[in-house]
Design a protein around this ligand. Structure first.
Ligand SMILES: [Cu+2]
Length: 323
């Protein structure tokens, strides 16, 4: 009995003597965590955009053309940097523990269960991180889906199987009037002409099934519903002139993949001239030519069924034989 108690005692003494050191270590880890998060935040502030470009946007599409798309992009980049900072910190701790506390004999290392500073850290830190991410996400989302009372341009987006019609409106809602219209056909891609530096409201409606209006460079898409629901969103402006392909992003039927359109962003002066030409009864192609723009889509082309070229019979047996 005496021998056993003398075996137990030294480790018990060592444990109580080292509890002060553990407390100091816990505070140290807290300081390191604080420094790490602070450093990550500073990094985001200083180099947010450049870091994103250096890493290919961390998978997020680059080259947005609206202020809203830039804000979403910045949120994504900052979230990735924050996630990486936390990741590096955690990986560092794991590897440090693996090396520092590797087995070096049969003696048990100091046990740190019920270490209050430690438990406090790994309970509070994730809550804080999620709260910060949630806060900025809520702010950016609110900003992106905000609509205003008097946007400069209102365009009604009408989707149908399998094309688009764009109606330029004199007001908002279902009761407003269409002053000019662009209609896509099987042979001509519809071109949605819009100005830079003006706020634009998109009001969506479908004639049959659910479609989705998507211009990849806006980094935004929204479903187009049939019936009374009009999905509405706005962009505060379009940054840069150019031609951008637009697509349907909701599987809507056989030719869904070919339901393309083109967004043509022009100067406000050209836009006014285009609208005036349309109001005078000119076709979309004539109106585009009148303002010195390419009359046909540059980013996509009408789909080709090539039904005449297909023959599923072996060794070119006539397709017309039999029925
Ligand atoms: Cu569609």
């Amino acid at each position: 009995m005496v021998a056993r108690s003398s075996e137990v005692r030294p480790s018990a003494v060592r444990h109580s003597a080292s509890s002060g050191a553990v407390g100091r270590r816990g505070r140290g880890a807290g300081r390191i965590a604080g420094l790490g998060l602070g450093g990550a935040a500073l990094l985001v502030l200083l180099t947010g955009c450049d870091v994103g470009a250096a890493f290919g946007g961390f998978g997020w599409p680059q080259g947005g053309i609206t202020p809203e798309s830039h804000r979403m992009y910045d949120l994504w980049i900052a979230s990735c940097i924050a996630a990486l900072a936390v990741g590096v910190f955690v990986w560092g701790l794991i590897f440090w523990c693996v090396v520092r506390y590797r087995k070096r004999g049969n003696e048990l290392p100091v046990q740190t269960r019920y270490n209050l500073p430690m438990e406090f850290l790994y309970t509070i830190a994730p809550i804080l991180i999620v709260s910060v991410l949630f806060y900025y996400t809520a702010i950016v989302q609110t900003d992106v889906v905000r609509t205003t009372k008097n946007p400069d341009v209102t365009v009604e987006v009408v989707a149908f199987k399998w094309n688009w019609q764009f109606n330029y409106r004199d007001g908002q809602g279902q009761d407003a009037n269409t002053v000019a219209s662009v209609l896509g056909t099987s042979d001509v891609i519809p071109i949605l002409v819009l100005p830079t530096d003006r706020s634009i409201r998109f009001e969506e409606t479908s004639r049959d099934v659910i479609h989705s209006f998507w211009v990849p460079e806006m980094l935004f898409k929204r479903d187009v519903f049939p019936g009374k629901i009009r999905n509405v969103f706005e962009v505060s402006k379009l940054d840069s002139e150019g031609a951008y392909v637009g697509r349907c992003a909701e599987l809507c039927g056989s030719y869904h993949a070919f339901m393309n359109f083109e967004l043509r962003v022009v100067s406000p002066e050209k836009y006014d001239q285009f609208l005036a030409a349309k109001r005078d009864g000119k076709s979309t192609q004539e109106a585009l030519t009148a303002i010195g723009e390419d009359p046909y889509a540059k980013t996509t082309k009408p789909f080709e069924t090539r039904r005449g070229e297909v023959n599923f019979n072996p060794d070119d047996a006539p397709a017309g034989a039999g029925n």
